[in-house]
Design a protein around this ligand. Structure first.
Ligand code: FE
Length: 326
């Protein structure tokens, strides 16, 4: 598939408990620390090819700092920057971010900050971390149940249509699945630039807030690992929100939990289904219909917690996990 954006590179998050957040990703999910700088820690999964896929920075409130995308070529980067600039959502060029070359920063209509780049640093393992498996950039860690690579990001937005249109018309994403609610309101979009069903999901923020972060997802490639990590989490008091279970949307086996800083993290047991059809028509779920509502979110394996539609970071007043309840 030929899109100007090629892939999701990294997600930068804020945490009020950065040491605990980093320990969670390092000890339980097996991420390696690639770099520390100022108030930030840069981490990667063992099959992430670039220098980092997760940046954790200390801040009073959890939430999203920035999402980074890689363009398909230097030319595509220039075309993207021009189109984003015309849309009025451009911030401008930067060259100062660790391990990332010249990048164009911009905002989504809802306010979330993103950047797109071509040049970036590939991870080069030291001898002790190097794998003999030549397609693997570093050894499989011995800690927790290690995830393999970053998979996708999910953002909450006030107006799903407006943000979806920006992603399709300006960034060149393909709309893969969508949920339509009361009176035809679009309540969720799943979009991709590859055969995956999504590298990004957008969901309507029922609290009326803007620019909030719903979750980042890392991929295992084997559903059994969800059962293994759920066992680890249960023993160590990590709050599992829902799962292990199977989504209707994307068809992936999943688990949602919260890292100690309060951000939601999803783990994918597999990839779900893949899309190779160049004339793909978006899958539409009508969630006014009770069967579509239930089956799109959870194909099987329990029910989504009430917090799923209202809890995001930063936490909206009156919508903390305690206030929402189970
Ligand atoms: Fe997800």
């Amino acid at each position: 598939m030929n899109t100007d954006i090629a892939q999701l590179v990294s997600v930068a998050l804020y945490s009020p408990k950065p040491d605990e957040t980093v320990a969670f990703f390092h000890d339980m999910l097996g991420l390696e620390i690639s770099h520390r700088e100022g108030q930030s820690v840069y981490m990667r999964a063992y099959e992430d090819f670039y220098q980092y896929s997760l940046k954790i920075t200390e801040r009073k409130e959890p939430g999203l700092d920035e999402v980074t995308w890689r363009a398909s070529s230097p030319e595509a980067l220039g075309q993207l920057a021009a189109r984003i600039g015309t849309s009025g959502l451009g911030i401008g060029w930067t060259e100062n971010d660790y391990a990332h070359g010249r990048a164009y920063k911009f905002k989504f209509p809802d306010g979330h900050q993103h950047k797109v780049l071509w040049d970036l640093d590939y991870f080069q393992a030291d001898a002790d971390l190097a794998s003999k498996l030549r397609s693997r950039p570093s050894k499989r860690p011995l800690r927790g149940v290690p995830v393999r690579r970053i998979d996708h990001v999910n953002l909450m937005v006030n107006d799903v249509v407006k943000n979806t249109d920006f992603m399709v018309d300006t960034l060149g994403f393909k709309l893969r699945e969508q949920k339509i609610g009361d009176g035809g309101t679009v309540v969720g979009s799943w979009l991709s630039v590859s055969a995956l069903v999504h590298e990004i999901g957008l969901m309507r923020d029922g609290t009326g807030s803007s620019g909030r972060f719903h979750h980042v997802c890392y991929w295992y490639g084997a559903p059994q690992h969800l059962l293994d990590i759920a066992d680890v989490f249960s023993e160590r008091d990590v709050h599992i929100e829902t799962g292990p279970a199977k989504h209707g949307t994307t068809q992936a086996y999943f688990l949602y939990c919260f890292e100690p800083g309060g951000n939601r993290v999803e783990l994918f047991g597999d990839t779900g289904y893949l899309i190779f059809d160049p004339a793909w028509k978006p899958v539409i779920w009508n969630v006014e219909n009770a069967i579509d509502l239930e089956k799109s979110s959870i194909w099987f394996g329990g029910h989504l917690a009430k917090s799923f539609y209202r809890y995001a970071t930063p936490v909206a007043p009156g919508h903390s996990l305690e206030e929402i309840g189970r």
